[in-house]
Design a protein around this ligand. Structure first.
Ligand SMILES: [Zn+2]
Length: 965
């Protein structure tokens, strides 16, 4: 078949994805197109290039940023940002992998979708990558007041943030150690020490070499007509001819003997147990589907569950605090497996290593337990069928999976059509073939291509790195005469002017946009039905979910005394992961994995919209196929009523793991830490969130580690008391999501589940909140900062109006983006306004600045006051705000979102009023809002987290200093 200059290469029905898949080749250029047609309204497009870098200057990553900074048809500074401001996109981003660069977009609105496709195609193939763009996104010199030079640039700073996270360093080094001879041995993101080696010429040449249709893989997914896909692409491809692009990723030569690598990294003062290590094995190519799926199952067998033998042995050894390594990595041409421990004494390396090998040897010799195999096969298959991609569009996850083979000219369907290979594995297991034991022997025990990577805390490594940067800059500075220095100054000034120069209205008008008439005037409600069930509130959502039932049982925290609130999330995990009176935690974990898609606990704090009081709950959540609904409820009941809390060692393992996770999150997710801290100053909901998930929670856990040793009986009494206060029908909700028939079939089981719970007592909250706003500086070892400021707008007299959504959308994408990211050099900044509590928090991340960023927040009011918004700009922000309101959600997320609305009194009437107000926002609303922001600036509370300069800034401003690592 020939169409629009394309020839059909292959056509397949992929029943696992309810899709018809067609693989096309463009005759003139050789471009490949994978076109998936199905009934998913969340349409996805992506263009991906094979971009193996030859050094660690971050050229691929800098290019990924730069092509989104203006193109031939769209000559504005940042078309990408224009789309973020005013589109109904459900996904818009770009990714740099070790060997490819992907540009995906998604939308549920057809017109919007093709607007996004058009802008992205023009960006990728015809970008205006000028030397100035390269300097802005990559790196350039700036001069400080005293005449010294510094480096600046968006990617430079982003990667400094990445290199501040020990976990990222470990992951990066683990991969590199296995692939010393090929592109995977480099850092495609860019090592801050190498980024300044990159020249504009090399950067430009990289685009010319790799961003050609002959080296591209195009992808479409969803319910749009295929003919339009081909027509749109053929228009673009007509401008190109064939090209011979050398971008193959070679295979890594096999090691004859294992390797070992020691890496010093910056750690805080308390660094006696802050080492980390992984053992890494090179596995076969991704292209062999059956081996690939079998290795995914083996990954689950070894480390997938708390009860998995390798994970369990490592955690229980007491040699470390939490598992390290990402397990099976399957996004590159060759698979690899990485596992180890965090929070170790590096002197224990040998011991950890031999522990890992003795567990593997045991499994190979004694056999993997049948329950373990069954659990792994069920879990891998459930995940493939459910395809729960969270906020990621399903079609995008499918693209990513297809690329794991397609990128290397393999079969794009080999990871999509999973039934045949998975059934083949099941059949081999059924006839007694030692499938997994053989894999362990061949690829782990007998595999000499492995590398051990140890991260050793070194107090001075950060300083040494900073010294190297300083002396490099000093050498450059010394080579400059007065004239040269002036040139650097002038260049930086020119960049600044370019960044500050607004786009002309003519340029902006090239960006294709939706109008108000394209937006739905009425909210689409989520189906919900409420009825009492044995004293519980039962809420059901009739939503088609591929035969899967989702159950969320939520128990109110009202009866928990304030001092025990931080224990709730830990109790949740303990209930799921400590076994019951009939089954120990290993057996219980296997039963859950065999019968369900998983059971988890999650603490959720909501705020009621009418009186700003919290609705705080511990949810136990599970999912299973309709056929296993009875088993799911039975397991959830066992978890809630029969968990054996009295196992000290098991509890200590969970506790240490939880503490380590929080500590490792501090830097990469510093903005979340700051946000939680700020919100805790303004009301009980924020306070509760901080107690369970913020820095306060971490402090509690650290203290609890000590208490477990000194006063285990006291801890156990607390756990038991919290469980008793939580688990009861009174005040609890049972939320179920699934198709009508799935729900009907589950009802009798839900009913006996409810009946089995104790009655409980519905009481007003027992806890109090000690709320005192305080300006804080939180000190951690880090090369970058997270800068936040917050205020409670309602207490400043503001009353909610839907125009706030539009104004904040505009502030975030216009003001904060320009000032904090583009000009300030931070990786990002956002303002989050919580409509229920009235708290506005402005937070930056991976930010080189402190006071300068706070100053930007404080000048928001001034900016709004002087803003003369054009009609187009206003419509853009309205479209963007509606896009956020109508965010696409997968079935379970819809069920949970609807429940949250019910629990907080966020009625359809209220939500429709909000929509009406958004749609009718005027420029005057923007100006009026300036007064509220001015008050927020004057009275707001500051919280910053970071390393460089934080203490000095605290001294200057009188902020309280807290050292947290
Ligand atoms: Zn980036």
């Amino acid at each position: 078949m020939h169409k629009h200059g394309f020839t059909l290469v292959e056509e397949r029905e992929i029943k696992e994805l309810s899709s018809r898949a067609r693989l096309w080749r463009h005759d003139a250029t050789g471009a490949a197109l994978l076109s998936m047609s199905n009934d998913d309204e969340n349409k996805v497009f992506g263009v991906s290039f094979r971009t193996p870098p030859h050094d660690s200057t971050g050229v691929a990553h800098i290019l990924e940023h730069s092509v989104l900074c203006g193109s031939e048809k769209y000559p504005v500074k940042e078309p990408f940002v224009e789309l973020l401001k005013g589109s109904l996109q459900t996904f818009l981003n770009a990714f740099t992998y070790p060997d490819k660069t992907c540009y995906p977009v998604a939308s549920t609105n057809l017109a919007d979708f093709y607007n996004l496709v058009d802008v992205y195609l023009d960006a990728a193939f015809f970008p205006r990558i000028t030397p100035e763009i390269f300097q802005q996104e990559g790196w350039h010199y700036e001069t400080a007041q005293d005449g010294t030079l510094t480096y600046k640039g968006v990617v430079f700073n982003e990667m400094k943030g990445v290199y501040s996270s020990p976990e990222s360093i470990l992951a990066e080094r683990s991969q590199q150690a296995l692939f010393p001879d090929i592109t995977y041995g480099l850092d495609s993101g860019g090592n801050p020490e190498h980024i300044p080696d990159l020249t504009y010429e090399a950067f430009k040449a990289f685009h010319e070499t790799y961003y050609h249709p002959a080296n591209a893989r195009f992808y479409f997914w969803g319910d749009d007509p295929e003919d339009r896909r081909l027509a749109v692409l053929s228009q673009l491809l007509d401008r190109f001819g064939p090209l011979d692009v050398q971008s193959e990723v070679p295979l890594q030569q096999t090691f004859d003997t294992p390797k070992r690598l020691e890496v010093p990294y910056a750690a805080g003062a308390d660094s006696d147990r802050r080492g980390m290590m992984t053992v890494n094995w090179l596995l076969p190519e991704t292209s062999d589907a059956e081996t690939n799926f079998a290795l995914q199952m083996l990954d689950h067998i070894l480390v997938g569950l708390p009860a998995s033998p390798l994970r369990k042995a490592l955690i229980e050894s007491g040699l470390g605090e939490d598992l390290a390594g990402g397990g099976l990595e399957n996004e590159l041409r060759q698979l690899y497996f990485s596992t180890g421990l965090k929070g170790i004494d590096p002197a224990d390396e040998e011991q950890i290593s031999s522990l890992i090998f003795s567990v593997l040897r045991g499994l190979a010799e004694d056999g993997v337990p049948a329950a373990s195999i069954e659990a792994a096969m069920n879990t891998v298959e459930f995940d493939l069928r459910e395809n729960n991609t969270g906020r990621f569009p399903v079609g995008l996850a499918v693209m990513t999976r297809a690329l794991t083979t397609w990128l290397y000219d393999g079969d794009p369907f080999s990871q999509l059509a999973f039934e045949k290979p998975v059934n083949a594995i099941r059949a081999r297991v059924a006839v007694g073939e030692p499938v997994f034991e053989n894999l362990i022997r061949r690829w782990l025990l007998d595999n000499t291509h492995r590398a051990t990577v140890v991260l050793v805390p070194a107090e001075n490594s950060d300083k040494a790195r900073a010294e190297r940067e300083k002396s490099r800059l000093a050498a450059v500075r010394a080579s400059l005469d007065e004239q040269g220095l002036e040139a650097v100054r002038a260049n930086a000034e020119k960049l600044r002017r370019m960044q500050e120069e607004p786009d002309t209205p003519e340029a902006l008008s090239t960006i294709p946009r939706l109008g108000l008439h394209d937006l739905a005037a009425v909210n689409t409600p989520i189906p919900a039905q409420e009825s009492p069930l044995d004293g519980m509130r039962l809420i059901t959502h009739d939503i088609d979910a591929k035969g899967i039932l989702y159950v969320d049982a939520g128990f109110s925290l009202n009866r928990i005394p304030a001092g025990l609130v931080p224990l709730v999330p830990l109790l949740g995990r303990a209930m799921v992961e400590m076994g019951t009176s009939r089954y120990d935690f290993v057996e219980m974990g296997m039963r859950i994995a065999c019968k369900t898609g998983g059971i988890d606990a999650d603490s959720v704090v909501l705020t009621r919209v009418d009186d700003r009081t919290p609705d705080a709950r511990l949810f136990v959540q599970g999912k299973a196929t309709q056929a296993n609904a009875a088993a799911l409820f039975e397991l959830m009941r066992d978890v809630l009523l029969d968990a054996q809390l009295d196992q000290k060692e098991r509890f200590r393992s969970i506790l240490l793991e939880e503490k380590a996770r929080m500590e490792h999150r501090l830097v990469p997710a510093g903005h979340m830490v700051v946000m939680s801290r700020l919100r805790s100053h303004f009301g009980k909901s924020g306070w509760l969130g901080e107690q369970m998930d913020g820095l306060a929670a971490l402090e509690y856990l650290r203290e609890l580690v000590r208490r477990v040793d000194e006063d285990w009986n006291g801890v156990l009494a607390d756990l038991t008391a919290v469980r008793q206060a939580l688990v009861g029908r009174a005040g609890a909700v049972l939320n179920m999501t699934g198709s009508g028939s799935t729900l009907a079939a589950a009802m009798p089981h839900a009913s006996s589940f409810a009946a089995s719970l104790p009655e409980g007592q519905d009481v007003p909250p027992a806890w109090f909140a000690d709320i005192r706003p305080v300006h804080e500086a939180l000190c951690v070892p880090s090369q970058v900062n997270y800068v936040g400021k917050a205020a409670d707008l309602y207490s400043l007299g503001y009353r909610y109006h839907g125009s706030a959504n539009v104004i904040f959308k505009h502030l975030r994408m216009a003001w904060l983006w320009d000032k904090v990211r583009v000009q300030g050099g931070a990786y990002g900044a956002f303002c989050a306004f919580d409509r229920a509590s009235g708290v506005l928090a402005q937070v930056s991340y991976r930010d080189p600045n402190l006071e300068a960023t706070l100053d930007v927040y404080d000048r928001s009011a001034e900016y709004l006051r002087s803003l003369s918004l054009t009609k187009d700009e206003l419509v853009t922000s309205v479209v963007g705000a509606i896009g956020e309101l109508d965010a696409h959600m997968l079935p379970h997320d819809r069920g949970m979102a609807s429940l949250a609305r019910t629990l907080t009194g966020d009625t359809e009437e209220r939500r429709q009023q909000m929509r009406d107000e958004i749609l009718s926002t005027t420029p005057e609303d923007f100006v009026r809002f300036a007064d509220v922001l001015a008050e927020a600036a004057r009275t707001g509370t500051v919280c910053v987290l970071g390393g460089a300069g934080v203490e000095e800034a605290a001294e200057r401003n009188g902020w309280a200093v807290k050292s947290i690592m």
